[in-house]
Write a new protein. Structure first.
Length: 361
C-alpha cells in the first residue's frame, strides 16, 4: 500500500534530518576523540596509576558524548533539511516548498505535493550529507602515538626503589634469630612435620638476608610463611582433638591413673606409666610360663601386651604432635612481631626521573 504524498514528503525530510545528525555525530566525535586522546596522554603521564581501561573508556565516552551533543545542536529542521536536498539534486525549492505547504489543502497544493513526493525518492541523504572524515580524523595517529609514549616512558624513566638500610639491618637480625632457633631445634628428635617446619624457617631466614630486600617482598614472604604455619598448626590441632586414646584401654585400677594423665594432656608421663605397665606385664607373662599356665591365658596376656605397646606408640606420637603445635605457635608469635616491626618502617623511596631537578649538592 503506497503512502500519501504528505507522508512521503515527511519521510523524505526526516531521512535527511537523521542523516545530518549521524554526519555531525561522526565528524564532531572524531574531532573530540582527537583532542581527548591528547588529554588522555597528559593524564597517563602525570598519573601513571590510572588504569589503561579507564583511560580508554573515558576517551571514547568523551568523543561519543561530544559528537552526540553537537549532532543534537546542529540537527536541521525539516524545512532546512528539505532545502539542502533540493540544492543537492538541483530541484529549485520543490521539496522545501512542499514542506511549507503541508498544512494547506487545495487542488494546486495537492498537485504540487504529488509532484514533490514523486521527486523526493531521487534525493539520496548520503549525497546531501556525506560522511567526510575531518582533518582531525586523518591526524588521529598523532595523539595515539602521544598516548603510547606516555604509557611506556614512565616505566623506562622510573628507577628501582632504593633499599631501606634500616630494613636490611632489622631483617638481618631477625634472620639470625631464626637461624639460632632452627639450629637449636635440629639437635632434638626430628619428626617429618618438624623437619618440614625447620626447612621452611631456614628458607625464610635466607630470604630475609637477601641483598636488596624490599619491604613489600619481606612482608609478602612473612605473610606466606605465617599462613602456611597456621594451616599446619590447625591440622595438627584437629588431629590431636580427634584422638580418643582413652578408649584404647579399660578403666580399672591399673589404668585409672594412666587415664587421668591422658585426659590432662600429660602424654610423656602417660607414656612412662605405660612403659611400667609393659615391664610388669612382661614379668607376669614370664612367671606364668614358668608355672605352666593355660595357653589361653598366656594368649590373653600377650594380646594385652601388644595393646599396651601400641598405646605407648600413640602416646609418643601425640607427644611429638603436641610439641610441634607449641613450636608452631612460638614461631607464629615471633613472625607476627617481625611483621609488625617491618610494617612500621617507611616504604622505600621510588626515584622518578621525570621529576628530578638538577642539584649539584
Amino acid at each position: 500500500m503506497s503512502s500519501s504524498p504528505r507522508e512521503s514528503i515527511l519521510q523524505g525530510a526526516a531521512r535527511l534530518r537523521r542523516r545530518s545528525a549521524r554526519m555531525h555525530w561522526f565528524r564532531y566525535g572524531l574531532r573530540a576523540l582527537f583532542y581527548g586522546l591528547f588529554g588522555a596522554a597528559i593524564l597517563a603521564w602525570m598519573a601513571p596509576e590510572v588504569p589503561l581501561w579507564a583511560l580508554a573508556a573515558g576517551t571514547l565516552s568523551f568523543g561519543a558524548a561530544v559528537g552526540a551533543w553537537c549532532a543534537w545542536r546542529r540537527k536541521p529542521a525539516l524545512l532546512e533539511a528539505a532545502k539542502a536536498g533540493d540544492d543537492r539534486v538541483g530541484d529549485k525549492d520543490r521539496l522545501s516548498s512542499a514542506v511549507q505547504l503541508l498544512g494547506e489543502d487545495s487542488p494546486m497544493v495537492r498537485a504540487l505535493l504529488a509532484d514533490a513526493a514523486a521527486g523526493s525518492h531521487r534525493v539520496d541523504p548520503s549525497e546531501v550529507y556525506p560522511m567526510h572524515v575531518p582533518r582531525e580524523g586523518w591526524l588521529l595517529p598523532l595523539p595515539l602515538l602521544a598516548c603510547a609514549l606516555a604509557l611506556v616512558l614512565p616505566g623506562m624513566l622510573r628507577a628501582d626503589p632504593r633499599p631501606n638500610p634500616e630494613l636490611a639491618a632489622m631483617a638481618a637480625d631477625q634472620a639470625a634469630v631464626l637461624r639460632e632457633f632452627v639450629a637449636r631445634e635440629r639437635q632434638k628428635e626430628q619428626t617429618p612435620r618438624r623437619k618440614e617446619l625447620l626447612d621452611q624457617l631456614e628458607r625464610l631466614a635466607q630470604e630475609l638476608s637477601r641483598e636488596g630486600l624490599m619491604k613489600k617482598d619481606a612482608l609478602s614472604e612473612i605473610a606466606k610463611a605465617m599462613a602456611d604455619l597456621q594451616r599446619k598448626r590447625d591440622e595438627e590441632q584437629r588431629k590431636l582433638e580427634m584422638e580418643q586414646l582413652i578408649k584404647s584401654f579399660q578403666q580399672n585400677d591399673r589404668t585409672r591413673e594412666l587415664a587421668q594423665e591422658v585426659n590432662s594432656g600429660n602424654y610423656q608421663d602417660a607414656a612412662n606409666k605405660v612403659s611400667e605397665l609393659i615391664e610388669e606385664l612382661k614379668k607376669e607373662i614370664q612367671r606364668k610360663k614358668a608355672e605352666g599356665a593355660d595357653p589361653k591365658l598366656l594368649e590373653e596376656l600377650e594380646q594385652k601386651l601388644r595393646e599396651l605397646e601400641e598405646l605407648k606408640a600413640k602416646l609418643l606420637n601425640l607427644l611429638n604432635v603436641n610439641y610441634d603445635i607449641g613450636v608452631m605457635g612460638e614461631v607464629l608469635d615471633f613472625l607476627g612481631q617481625v611483621e609488625g616491626d617491618l610494617a612500621a618502617l617507611p616504604d622505600e623511596e621510588v626515584v622518578d626521573l621525570r621529576y628530578l631537578k638538577l642539584n649539584p649538592g
